[in-house]
Write a protein that binds this ligand. Structure first.
Ligand code: ARG
Length: 573
């Protein structure tokens, strides 16, 4: 990043064009031999009254690059820039070795609060792959912001309120089975919920009872609150087990229920601003001037609704955390809801609405997979993980056999769990989040493809060469990094040098895939180098030590990058 900026400034001084504009024009040549950056001179033809070729020649020969790590050469209408390979190697690898896993950290966000709301499943409902998407994406974003020095507040806005809890209370009193509940709470709650909907069609008194129970719950009636609390606690135990398995944590679980008693204030505020109008018995805020349908705040029976709880929650978050950013990681099917909520906040005069952002994502689809627990259209995260781990286990055991590796069952289990879970996580973060994801075993478990197993394998293999070096008494040494100027070495170093910028970009666009893509580029370049070089079999001890330093830097970068995505590594496999 710094080199590009430096080039832009030098060019700007030379030709008068704005440095930022130049930065945006600078290209990366298709082959490394052609240089690291290229500036196309076409834009200058008009002002300089010359052909681009002539301009390029004039700039390339006239630039004073003394004291920089750069060289320039004109290639047709382009000025191509070459970074001094030794210098880049010393800078990049030197820095990574010095900083270790804190490489890439910065104080960009220091003193700023960012709320990342993610996961937010519904109590008493199965945890499906849609919730896995928000959980994995949000967890990665929280890690990325944290890396950049922001103070991150990780919130789980549990769906633990609403009319469905009135239904559950009614259903549980009629058909609930305590024993079944203790054994598998979500399964039992789902069973009675489904039954409720079936019976409700024949018996409308159930609907009335459910509505009554939710009203009582909102009024704080002890018996209803107790049952609700039980459903919530039991569901949370199940969710937390899953979170634990995929390495996800939260700072709080302030779900929808938390905001129930904060809604009267919202109603007062909207009233006092003359925004609340009556429509078919309900209280709504009209948003037609924003081109949006009305936002319902209170239903005709005066109970609150999803949107009103989000309004209360936004205000609470602002007062409590004075956030710089308030991010909602929620599927793009809720885009309209968030536009309405933000529009109401804005109308009510809350300028912090501009700092609220819906970070949306696409749908999850499956190609070559069969699931046993498919409830309607739902695929459970747990089953996806279990299958991924067991398939990974087969591959690892098979590989170990063909390689004649001696691995204990426990070791295989441990590696399979990390790789299998990592493979699922990586599938969620490897592409732009707004695109639909298509899961396929063939692709996600391909040890040579763009997958977590490939990256973790690259890491473990590189660790193993470092161990072998240590056994022979050669260790990474940053004293002779300037020796690393070969094309393949340089390609790795270039890929490493772009990691930092990818972290910053991932945060500014809320797109973890930018890091995934960079880590994959590092691993690919490294494997090319590694496969074509017998690192330890070389007469030059200094070169071996420098190459081991490169290996060490690659390990740090992969581990660091995967950690930002929420994926763990293994030391050997
Ligand atoms: N519980 C909701 C669902 O599962 C998602 C909540 C999203 N967050 C929010 N603040 N509305 O669909």
């Amino acid at each position: 990043m710094e080199y590009k900026q430096q080039i832009a400034e030098l060019l700007s001084a030379k030709c008068g064009l704005d440095a930022e504009k130049i930065q945006s024009l600078i290209e990366i040549p298709p082959q490394l031999e052609m240089g690291d950056f290229a500036f196309p001179c076409f834009v200058l033809a008009k002002t300089m009254h010359k052909a681009p070729q002539a301009i390029s020649e004039e700039i390339a020969t006239g630039l004073d690059l003394s004291g920089t790590d750069l060289a320039a050469k004109n290639v047709g209408p382009y000025v191509n820039f070459f970074i001094d390979r030794s210098a880049l190697s010393e800078n990049v690898i030197g820095e990574i070795l010095k900083e270790g896993l804190s490489y890439g950290s910065s104080d960009l966000g220091s003193g700023k609060n960012v709320i990342v709301e993610y996961s937010s499943p519904n109590i008493a409902k199965p945890f499906h792959v849609g919730h896995a998407f928000t959980t994995i994406l949000g967890n990665s974003l929280a890690r990325i912001y944290n890396k950049l020095g922001y103070n991150v507040i990780r919130m789980n806005h549990l769906g633990d309120y609403g009319t469905q809890f009135g239904k559950l209370i009614t259903a549980y009193r009629l058909w609930g089975d305590e024993e079944a509940l203790n054994e598998d709470p979500i399964k039992e709650l789902l069973r009675i919920y489904v039954k409720f909907h079936k019976e409700e069609k024949e018996d409308p008194s159930l609907t009335t009872s459910a509505r009554e129970n939710f009203r009582k719950l909102e009024e704080g009636s002890a018996e209803e609150v107790e049952l609700w609390q039980k459903f919530r606690d039991m569901s949370l135990v199940v969710f937390k087990k899953l979170y634990n398995r995929i390495g996800v944590e939260f700072d709080n679980y302030n779900g929808e229920s938390f905001y129930s008693d904060k809604i009267p204030e919202i109603v007062d505020i909207l009233n006092s601003k003359g925004l609340l109008v009556e429509s078919e018995g309900a209280k709504v805020v009209m948003l037609e001037d924003e081109g949006l349908p009305p936002c319902i705040i209170l239903k005709s029976d005066n109970t609150t609704i999803y949107a009103s709880r989000d309004l209360a929650s936004a205000l609470y978050r602002y007062r409590t955390y004075n956030f710089d950013k308030n991010i909602y990681v929620v599927g793009n099917t809720q885009a309209l809801h968030f536009r309405q909520v933000f529009a109401v906040l804005k109308k009510a005069g809350f300028d912090f609405a501009d700092n609220c952002e819906h970070v949306a994502f696409g749908l999850v689809k499956f190609k070559d997979m069969v699931f046993s627990t498919r409830e309607g259209n739902i695929v459970l995260l747990e089953e996806l993980l279990d299958q991924s781990v067991s398939k990974t286990r087969e591959i690892i055991a098979e590989n170990a056999k063909t390689r004649g590796q001696d691995m204990s069952e426990e070791e295989i289990d441990d590696i399979a769990e990390k790789l299998g879970v990592g493979a699922v996580i990586y599938t969620f973060v490897k592409s732009g989040r707004e695109r639909d994801i298509i899961f396929s075993w063939k692709e996600m478990l391909d040890f040579e493809g763009d997958t977590a197993p490939y990256l973790i394998y690259t890491y473990a293999r590189t660790r193993s060469i470092l161990r072998k070096g240590a056994e022979k008494g050669v260790n990474p040494d940053s004293g002779n990094l300037s020796l690393l100027t070969g094309d393949e070495e340089y390609a790795v170093i270039r890929a490493l040098s772009d990691l930092k910028e990818s972290i910053v970009k991932a945060a500014s666009s809320n797109e973890p895939f930018m890091i995934a893509r960079q880590v994959a580029a590092i691993a690919r370049a490294h494997n090319r180098f590694y496969n074509n070089t017998s690192i330890l079999n070389c007469d030059d001890e200094k070169l071996i030590a420098a190459r081991l330093a490169l290996c060490e830097a690659v390990c740090t970068a992969i581990k660091d990058g995967l950690d930002l995505l929420g994926i763990g590594t293994v030391e050997r496999m």
